[in-house]
Design a protein around this ligand. Structure first.
Ligand code: 1HE
Length: 263
């Protein structure tokens, strides 16, 4: 059903909910979902205002492409100070996705380029349809990434691959992207949303604190030294396993009421 409250007042996004899963769709197809200042602010508003009963999100794009990146029409007149603040605005919005309340699954099709790839990289799981392709045309446009890409994309594919994409304009196809780690799932055209929603419902059934730990502890531990990381892990593990929900899940397994791990 259509979202209500402030989520219904964001015209560049189409937001619907089904149970504990929210679907957020970039809704600027005539501009290939290029990210204008208005769109970046609406994305941030959406993700910091998700209803408390939402437990997972699916992000996709309307039209033939996921996202054409930064709205280049708005870039032309910006000075240096405005440029820094503009980039910081993107960081805030994408942090609201990566370090928000719920895991976010991106459904990628068509162009996933520039800021569109930066947006995808801020999500927790990426499902690529066969039509998806990945590029960082900033190098060719006289720009650098400004939406967190330099921090997030090398964490997915390494500095060498990102350097190659930016220096040579190399574009990865959907299956190449899946192979190198830009996407975790590869599906046929038109199948991405169904797969992502299925994954989102699975995620929504986890204990919320386990999902929180994955979203908030994992990337931070990866940034820490091994010694600090192990210490953070111990604290996070103890917090997660002390919740009544964890205790009940463990009891359910021991009482043979919970599913086994199967292939
Ligand atoms: C745009 C944008 C945009 C399309 N900013 N207006 N991103 C890029 O360098 C990618 C630029 N876009 C493209 O290469 C192509 O548009 C696509 C491959 C994505 C799609 O091609 P196509 O043939 O389906 O559409 P189109 O005819 O190119 O575009 C349709 C309209 O969208 C057209 O406007 P119209 O008024 O003539 O209809 C395009 O101008 C417009 N459009 N993409 C503005 N990006 C925080 S730093 C991030 C830095 C970056 O992201 S740099 C990479 C920018």
């Amino acid at each position: 059903k259509p979202a209500s409250g402030i989520l219904s007042q964001l015209p560049l996004l189409k937001i619907t909910t089904a149970g504990a899963v929210v679907q957020v769709r970039l809704n600027r197809p005539s501009k290939r979902n290029a990210i204008s200042d208005e769109l970046i602010l609406q994305l941030q508003t959406a993700f910091i205002n998700l209803p408390t009963d939402i437990r997972a999100a699916v992000l996709s794009g309307e039209g033939d492409h996921f996202c054409a990146g930064l709205d280049l029409a708005e870039l032309v007149e910006r000075d240096v100070a405005e440029g820094v603040l503009h980039s910081r605005m993107w960081h805030a919005a994408f942090d609201a996705i990566q370090f928000g309340r719920v895991p976010v699954i991106a459904v990628l099709h068509g162009a996933v380029v520039g800021g569109g790839l930066e947006l995808a990289a801020a999500c927790h799981i990426r499902v690529a349809e066969s039509s998806a392709y990945f590029g960082l045309p900033e190098g060719q446009r006289g720009l650098f990434v400004g939406g967190g890409g330099s921090a997030r994309i090398p964490r997915l594919v390494g500095v060498a691959r990102m350097s190659d994409m930016m220096l040579t304009g190399r574009v990865y196809s959907a299956d190449e992207g899946e192979r190198v780690g830009l996407a975790q799932y590869l599906v046929g055209d038109g199948e991405g949303l169904t797969r992502a929603i299925e994954l989102a419902h699975r995620i929504a059934n986890n204990a919320p604190l386990s999902n929180f730990a994955v979203m908030h502890a994992l990337p931070r531990i990866a940034d820490q030294s091994q010694s600090e990381g192990l210490f953070t892990e111990s604290l996070m593990a103890a917090v997660a396993e002390s919740t009544p929900e964890a205790k009940e899940r463990l009891r359910a397994f021991l009482d043979k009421r919970a599913g086994k791990v199967t292939k």
